[in-house]
Write a protein that binds this ligand. Structure first.
Ligand SMILES: *Cc1c(COP(=O)(O)O)cnc(C)c1O
Length: 425
């Protein structure tokens, strides 16, 4: 039972005789013990078990185990959102006075988290282009750098990361590579196989897939040798006084240290837990992830090809199109397809983009992507509306850009809808 399709459907949960076939929702904040001594052992991390859902819940752990199996990791946890997952993944190893190198082509919310909010916490970020040379990448590291971060397929830029290049640079500087694999999903790319050490997700997107629950996940590959660089990562390799002096690498090994620390310290103190109900919905979504991704990619490819041949369309970005800047890289890292998100520009700029979207009947205007239902967004009049046209261009979001998230509808219905909307502008 190791192929991706089987892991989507059954990974992480094997019920015993007479137990529920579907993952049970343990809708309980707390768990009962016979003696205070039993409870004490849990608090000391001497025994494994549940005591309070802010730290761990069996439903969440089961779904996390499924994602862990899909990514080929050694340990995983769910978080309340993708934002929380990326924050925890970085903050688990970088503190005030530390530095992190991140790809500049990343989700806007993550950019803001890093460049503004975590900067206020005393962590410095250097942003580097996904097209950087090895020299440029290596030059971004400092003695206090603790991690390198990037997205497999960037949202919304749709650039494809050279994961091997980034992994090589991270490891040459003794730090882990953290990859946000939200858009590709483990069905289309497993970053750990290309050298990534930690993988994060906004499960809100394709993993849930039905726009029903906000969530996130962190997976540890268990491959990064924290002990080898013990001076850089004292939080993992020296005693944690807030947990009775436990040293995470010694007690939980390289395979368990990172996620145990993120749970025992960060989840305990920040509490960004996913509700068991949402974890259950996420588990349901994962059961069809492999089937849905295939269709998202087929529909995405068909829509991208239609758009690229249309006279009213100025440009199309989709790494499945031969001639796309990232086509070759996608052939290597995403041979079975990338995702269903296509971005393009309508001739006539901002006004034409707004008019086009108003006439769509199948796709709806939403601040969302990676849903069963097609949706689209005009960043210049929505998420980025405070920016002038000049500022938009500098941020890599042209005023005419439409981000189209191709859903699971019939592709001919989608293309006809796009065609009639373009005909009206
Ligand atoms: C949406 C998204 C996030 C943030 O996730 P939320 O679940 O909305 O908090 C992070 N990374 C990527 C690539 C995303 O698309």
């Amino acid at each position: 039972m190791s192929r991706i399709e089987t892991l989507c459907v059954q990974g992480g949960y094997t019920p015993k005789n007479g137990e529920p076939r579907q993952i049970p929702i343990i809708q309980s904040t707390t768990f009962k013990y016979d003696t205070s001594e039993d409870m004490g052992k849990l608090f000391d991390l001497e025994a494994s078990g549940y005591f309070y859902t802010r730290l761990q819940n069996p439903t969440n752990d089961t779904v996390a185990a499924r994602i862990c199996a899909l990514e080929g990791g050694t340990a995983a946890m769910l978080t309340s959102s993708g934002q929380a997952a990326n924050f925890y993944a970085v903050f688990n190893i970088a503190n005030a006075g530390d530095h992190v190198v991140a790809c500049s082509a990343i989700y806007g919310g993550t950019y803001n988290l890093f460049a503004v909010t975590m900067k206020k916490m005393g962590i410095d970020f250097t942003f580097i282009s996904p097209d950087c040379t090895d020299e440029e990448l290596n030059a971004a590291f400092r003695p206090n750098t603790k991690a390198l971060f990037g997205e497999t397929i960037a949202n919304p830029a749709l650039s494809v990361l050279d994961i091997e290049q980034f992994a090589k640079a991270a490891h040459a500087h003794g730090v882990p590579l953290i990859i946000d694999n939200t858009f590709a999903t483990p069905v289309n790319c497993r970053p750990i196989e290309w050298g990534a050490d930690i993988v994060t997700h906004s499960t809100t997107k394709y993993m849930d897939g039905h726009g029903s629950g906000v969530g996130g996940a962190i997976v540890d590959s268990g491959k990064f040798d924290w002990e080898k660089y013990a001076d850089k990562f004292p939080g993992l390799t020296t005693p944690d006084e807030s947990y009775h002096g436990v040293t995470y690498t010694k007690k939980f090994g390289l395979g368990g240290a990172f996620i145990t620390k993120a749970t025992a310290q960060l989840m305990r103190d920040f509490g960004s837990i996913q509700s068991p109900q949402n974890a259950f919905l996420l588990g349901l979504g994962l059961e069809s992830l492999h089937v849905r991704m295939k269709r998202h990619c087929e529909n995405g490819q068909a829509v991208a090809e239609f758009l690229s041949g249309h006279e009213k369309v100025a440009w199309v970005t989709y790494c499945g199109l031969p001639g796309d800047k990232y086509y070759e890289r996608a052939q290597k890292y995403l041979p079975n397809g990338s995702c269903g998100v296509v971005s393009f520009g309508v001739k006539g700029g901002r006004k034409a983009a707004e008019a086009f979207m108003k006439h769509l009947k199948v796709a709806a205007i939403e601040t969302h992507v990676a849903d069963a239902r097609s949706c689209c967004l005009h960043p210049a009049s929505a998420t980025h509306r405070q920016m002038s046209d000049e500022e938009l261009i500098a941020a890599g979001v042209s005023p005419d850009l439409v981000r189209f998230s191709v859903g699971l509808e019939n592709k001919d219905d989608l293309i006809e809808d796009i065609a009639q909307a373009l005909a009206q502008i």
